[in-house]
Every structure is written in C-alpha cells, then in structure tokens.
Design a binder for this molecule. Structure first.
Ligand code: F6R
Length: 244
C-alpha cells in the first residue's frame, strides 16, 4: 500500500485524476470500477473537463460501480445510477451499454448479484478500482464483519452508514436500509486500486487502517493490505490522526 499525502480535497482530486488519466491514455479500453459519494466528485469533474477539452475519450472504456441502494430505481435522484449520470456519464462519451451498476429494483436480488459478478468477469475484470472510505472503514457497502472472499451481495446498512448518508436525503428515514455491493473479494480482484480520503470525518478510519498491517474484519478497508497495487491518496485532515 503506497500513501500519497496531499494538502486538501482539490489536491487529492488532482492526484486521482493524474492516475486515471495516465491509465486511460495508455489503455483506452480500460475497465474502471467507480464509487459514488462526495469523495470522487472532484475526480469526475476533472475527467469531464479532460473529455471536453479533447484530452480523453471514454468511447472504448467500460465501468462498473461499486454499489446501489435496494429499492431505488435508476431515475430516483438519490440512486447511485442517477448520481453517476449527473456527475460523469451524461457528460462524457462512454456509450450507454458500457457502464453497469447493480439494479436495486431487480425482482430477484440474488440473481442480480450473480449477473453483476458474471458481467465483470465477462469484461475481463476491473483494471482500476476507485474507492472512498466510510467513517466506519467500509469500502463499497462492505460493513464491518464482511468476509474477505465475499462477492457481490445484498447488505443491511449499519445505522452509522445510514446516518453518514442521510445528508443526501430530505429526511433520515428515507435512507434505504439495504444495498447491493461488490464484495471485498470482488474489489480485491481489481488489478489496481486507488483509495481516496479527505476530511476530518475520515481521520479515525485512516488511523485504524495504518495501525494495521493485515486484514481485520472490523475495518473492511484493511482488506487492501492484501492487495499488491494500492494507492492511498489522502489529505492532511484525513491523515491528522495517523502517526507515520
Ligand atoms: C460509494 C461507496 C462508499 C463511499 C463511502 C464514502 O459508492 O461505495 O463506500 O465511498 O461511504 O462516502 P463519501 O465519499 O460520501 O464520504
């Protein structure tokens, strides 16, 4: 695990962009794994401007998102499908058939999880996975206690995750109770991973991540210690409790 320490959110987004840009320029057929939430918004803004200025094309790329809320249709403003269209897909030339997000309204959720894993495999796996981290150390929606070899599955969200995500909803009760997420095993199969962290709310999770040197199920992000190609890009506030 390699740490890139940066000053603030903008610098974190610049570093993340530099890596994604380099990999997409070298391999236009890159398969990306993407995250939602506040953390990657600056990265997506930079990717959109690179597309608009003709520096980058998504025509041959592919993407798979980490997760989706159960019960929210893709046109629901708080769904992750909606988020991705709003922040990236509607603004670049990634063809509609080349991005995939688990469906939170599939009639058979277990079947949807199996379909999603098979689609990732059929695409040849994920080349570069972008991750954020929850205050409780989750990645994707893999909450504490998730096993290392888990694949795409349905999870019940913890109260702390529902509270952390309530800011996107009108009322806290509207935050769904369940989600579909890639498993830790799915994430670890990506060839390269970047974990982004910004702000004081991530400081405890980051301190715990760097106090460990192997997987501890109580901190799902620590599974990344088992992967050979991980970049952690974190700002000063997120690293404020890490003793290096
Ligand atoms: C989102 C996801 C989550 C978030 C995490 C941090 O697709 O998988 O793990 O990355 O909850 O969220 P933000 O970036 O909003 O702090």
């Amino acid at each position: 695990m390699r740490l890139i320490r940066v000053k603030d959110y903008a610098a974190m987004s610049d570093e993340a962009f530099a890596i994604v840009y380099e990999r997409m320029s070298t391999n236009p057929r890159l398969t990306l794994g993407l995250a939602t939430g506040s953390t990657p918004v600056g990265l997506y803004e930079r990717l959109v401007s690179a597309y608009r200025t003709g520096k980058l094309s998504f025509r041959e790329a592919r993407s798979f998102n980490l997760d989706e809320y159960v019960g929210l249709a893709p046109d629901h403003p708080q769904s992750y499908a909606y988020f991705m269209r709003e922040h990236l897909f509607d603004h670049v030339d990634l063809p509609a058939g080349r991005w995939d997000i688990p469906s939170g309204i599939a009639p058979d959720l277990a079947e949807e999880c199996a379909r999603y894993e098979a689609a990732i495999e059929a695409a040849g796996g994920i080349d570069l996975q972008v991750l954020g981290i929850g205050p409780n150390g989750h990645i994707g929606f893999n909450e504490p206690g998730t096993s290392l070899d888990s694949r795409t599955h349905v999870v019940e969200l913890t109260e702390s995750t529902r509270r952390a995500n309530a800011r996107f909803f009108d009322r806290p009760e509207e935050v769904p109770t369940h989600a579909i997420t890639m498993g830790l095993g799915t994430i670890l199969r990506a060839r390269e991973i970047i974990l982004l962290a910004s702000g004081e709310s991530k400081a405890e999770a980051m301190a715990r991540l760097f106090s460990l040197n192997d997987f501890d199920p109580e901190l799902p992000a620590s599974s990344l210690h088992r992967h050979p190609e991980v970049w952690v890009i974190a700002d000063e506030a997120a690293l404020s409790r890490v003793r290096v």
